[in-house]
Design a protein. Structure first.
Length: 429
């Protein structure tokens, strides 16, 4: 920590007056925290001692490093977890990294308190989706700063949120404030693919956690307080045929033809659900298809990927049963029809009581009047078993997620630090 001692005498009184004005640019040069002590010749000790909190230049560099970690599911999250670990250690926090497979990783940190109040869990994800095929204005994994923004894959979803949460935690810890409830920080793997990190965290840590008053998921909501989102059910349907030389197709069973029949049925299929007052309807979209190996072979397999976005209280098993019913119907029409359905991913919907005390206090701490529901999905529902309320709240525009030229406004990350600190003060002090 850098300590600036200002001794007030007549001749440097002017300097003292100017000090507040030099702070913002001056702070760019100091790593970590700066304490300003103001002394007077007449008194024996400092009559003012203010902690000039953790400087924001460091936060930007931290966010850029996180972007450069390129934590796609293929490359793994370990590098990003290590960067966060180093950052937290600067404030004397000792995080734990749990890694598995090829560089897959979770990181958790626990800041203990007197335990008089229930704790707060900050939940994040380390992984990002790939950069896609389109050209970027700035390289997607360089963390380029321009026009008050930081560009790169994951800046909005959700490394900007991680940078803000880690910085807020560091500022609170560095300030020496006595907490009455624990802070638990978690950033996990695979949120974009199979939620492997969140599932692992809950499996290994759930019974070790302190009682929690709530969970804050720092995904990009552009500072909206999100208490509900739809769930998702990803299904793979595979039709099976019999290969044959395509000059004699009658000797085989064409799996692509079978899939065509299934897709025609799916066009007329109605999902069973009651519309939700905030989340609207359940939707379904067929998004991938693979089939066939060569121009002269009757294909023996064809598979499609279906993304279904579900509502709270909707039973996912009903959808799977309906698929099975369509198969049975097609088999009755043509006994050679053969298909199966498997679950690729299954995440429930999120629905936190908007009127509960946690949500009310949350809204007042961040100055928001109304909560919101969104169409996208997070790992939030996994954490619902740990605390009475899960709220999604973070910096960054949701419409920039997974897009070319993704960015986050630096001022939004700074604003988020203030919000997360206010939330810690509201719930844990
Ligand atoms: Zn995300």
């Amino acid at each position: 920590m850098l300590v600036i001692n200002v001794l007030i005498r007549k001749r440097n009184f002017l300097f003292f007056l100017l000090l507040p004005r030099v702070r913002p640019s001056g702070s760019e040069y100091f790593p970590g925290q700066v304490r300003v002590n103001v002394w007077s010749e007449r008194q024996g000790g400092p009559f003012f001692s203010g902690v000039w909190l953790y400087n924001r230049c460091i936060m930007k560099e931290f966010l850029k490093k996180l972007v450069r970690a390129e934590s796609t599911a293929e490359k793994g999250e370990l590098a990003a977890a290590r960067i966060i670990s180093e950052e937290l250690r600067l404030s004397g926090i000792t995080p734990a990294i749990s890694d598995w497979g090829t560089n897959r990783a979770n990181i958790t940190a626990w800041i203990s308190s007197t335990g008089r109040r229930r704790g707060l869990l900050f939940a994040c994800h380390l992984d990002v989706v790939g950069a896609g095929d389109r050209a970027w204005k700035h390289p997607p994994f360089a963390g380029v700063q321009a026009d008050g923004k930081i560009y790169g894959r994951g800046t909005a979803d959700m490394k900007g949120g991680i940078a803000a949460i880690v910085t807020a935690i560091r500022e609170i810890v560095d300030s020496g404030l006595k907490l009455q409830g624990d802070i638990v920080f978690f950033a996990g793997a695979g949120e974009e693919t199979d939620s492997c990190g969140a599932k692992r965290f809950i499996r290994d840590q759930a019974d070790k956690l302190p009682p929690l008053c709530g969970v804050i998921v720092g995904e990009p909501t552009d500072f909206e307080v999100v208490t509900a989102h739809r769930g998702l059910l990803w299904l793979e349907v595979t039709s099976k045929g019999t290969s044959a030389h395509s000059s004699t197709p009658e000797l085989g069973v064409n799996a692509i033809g079978s899939m065509g029949a299934f897709l025609a049925e799916l066009e007329n299929y109605q999902l069973r659900y009651e519309p939700h007052e905030l989340l609207g309807r359940c939707t379904m979209s067929v998004n991938t298809i693979q089939g066939g190996n060569a121009m002269n072979i009757v294909p023996e397999r064809c598979s499609i990927g279906i993304d279904i976005r579900t509502l709270p209280r909707q039973n996912h098993q009903d959808v799977i049963d309906d698929m099975q019913e369509i198969f049975d119907k097609l088999k009755r029409k043509d006994s050679r029809f053969d298909a199966e359905v498997s679950i690729v991913r299954d995440v429930g919907a999120l629905e936190t009581d908007r009127k509960c005390d946690f949500v009310k206090d949350f809204c007042s701490a961040v100055g928001v009047q109304r909560t919101k529901a969104v169409g996208f999905t997070t790992d939030g529902p996994y954490f619902a078993s740990l605390a009475p309320a899960v709220v999604v709240f973070g910096p960054g525009k949701p419409q920039l997620c997974h897009r070319t030229d993704e960015y986050i406004e630096i001022s939004d990350v700074e604003k988020a630090v203030q919000h997360y600190k206010n939330l810690i003060l509201k719930f844990l002090v």
